[in-house]
Each structure stands twice: as C-alpha cells, then as structure tokens.
Design a protein around this ligand. Structure first.
Ligand code: PCA
Length: 221
C-alpha cells in the first residue's frame, strides 16, 4: 500500500518519564507502558518515554507529537507524596527547579518559552474524568499546580504545541509513588494496575465526553 495514501488509525499519545532523583523506577512510565499498543474507543495508544531533563525532554515530546499526530495527548509524571491521581488543571510558563535534572541542570525562574503566554489550561475534561475515577474507586483529585519542574515544563510545551489544534485534547496527569517506593518514603502510594486503569479511564473520558462535567474540584489553598 502506498504509505502516503494509507489511512492511519487515529491515535492517543501517552508519555511517561524516566526515573529521577535517585529512584530506579518512574511509575509514570511503568503505567503508560502498560497501555502501549492498546486500542481504546478505536484509537491506538502510542507511548513515549521522556528523559527527566529540561533540555532533551522537549525535542523528544515534539518528535512523539509529530509522529503520532494524536487526537488526545496526555503527559504523565510522578508526584511523590500525593495521595492519588492528580488531574492537572494548569501549566505555567515558569521553571524553578528545586533539584537538578538528570543532566545536572537546575534552572531558576526561567520561562519555559520566552515568548509564550503566562499559562495554558488543560483541555482534557478533567471534572468528568474525576467523576469516572471516583466511580471506579480510584483515589483522584483536581490539582491546581503541576509544580515548576520538568513535568510543568513538558505540560506547558505540550499545550503550547497544540494551542491551535482545536480537535486535539491534551493535558497532564501526575501519579503517586508505587507501593514499594511509598513504603520507603513513608508516603502514600498506588498499585501499578490501578494507575494504568486510571489512565485508561482518563483516555476513554477524553475520547467520549464532549463537554466537561460541572462539579467542584476546587481548593481553598
Ligand atoms: N516528575 C517530575 C519530573 C519527572 C516526573 O516524573 C515533576 O513532577 O516535575
């Protein structure tokens, strides 16, 4: 078949991160990897692992976006210490690294993109996804900040790259520690199967729900 005329199956892009800060596993990549090649609502799941490096994560993200041309793109990262799935609401145009990345780089108060808007909102139906996750018995919440580290940078760059693609929904999800990591840090964790199931639910919701649910996911602080 002529590759230029071949109809490609629509795709969903999921990215996870390489381990960082001395950990040997990053649950985000473990969970994303578990959905590689699966078909959800007639969309093929394409996955990519991003380095936990300010400089190289973005070209890797852009390449994955170019290759997959997804209908839904969700970047996933670890937020150690959180006690459930975090549906991130907003990406901000700032990097302020508390620790160096895997390349030893530690930017402070730098913009993600010098000429970019101050912030972008997730275009995923995060409230509807929250309701679905709660219905499935998976701990989850809306998060009002994705931090100021590599995850926020990738979230911001993802939303910036897709800002004119009205038909592509995109956003960011943080997952907590895996159980063994949670025990080592004395912080909350979640089994891998539950994280993978959560991502599948979020993808399905993004592909099927037209307008987001009107339920509170707010916080006082
Ligand atoms: N979590 C970090 C970067 C990579 C990851 O998985 C963050 O939240 O910024």
């Amino acid at each position: 078949m002529n590759p230029t005329t071949r109809q490609r199956e629509p795709t969903v892009l999921l990215t996870g991160f390489a381990p960082f800060a001395g950990e040997s596993l990053n649950p985000s990549w473990q969970a994303v990897r578990g959905l590689a090649g699966q078909v959800i609502e007639n969309h093929q799941v394409v996955v990519a692992e991003l380095p936990c490096e300010f400089d190289s994560s973005l070209p890797t993200l852009w390449k994955a976006l170019r290759r997959s041309e997804p209908r839904v793109a969700i970047a996933v990262g670890l937020a150690g210490g959180r006690d459930g799935i975090s549906l991130e609401r907003v990406a901000i145009n700032v990097i302020d690294a508390r620790i160096p990345d895997n390349a030893g780089v530690q930017p402070v108060d730098a913009p993600v993109l010098g000429s970019g808007a101050a912030a972008f909102f997730s275009t995923l139906p995060i409230k509807a996804a929250l309701a679905e996750l709660q219905h499935a018995g998976i701990p989850a919440h809306i998060s009002q900040t994705a931090g100021t580290y590599v995850c926020n940078q990738v979230f911001y760059a993802l939303m910036h790259a897709l800002r004119r693609r009205r038909n592509t929904r995109a956003g960011f999800v943080h997952v907590p520690w895996l159980p063994a990591q949670a025990a080592a840090h004395a912080q909350p964790g979640m089994p891998l199967e539950q994280m993978t199931m959560a991502l599948e639910i979020i993808v399905r919701t993004a592909l099927t729900v037209r307008s987001d649910a009107h339920i509170s996911g707010g916080a006082e602080a």
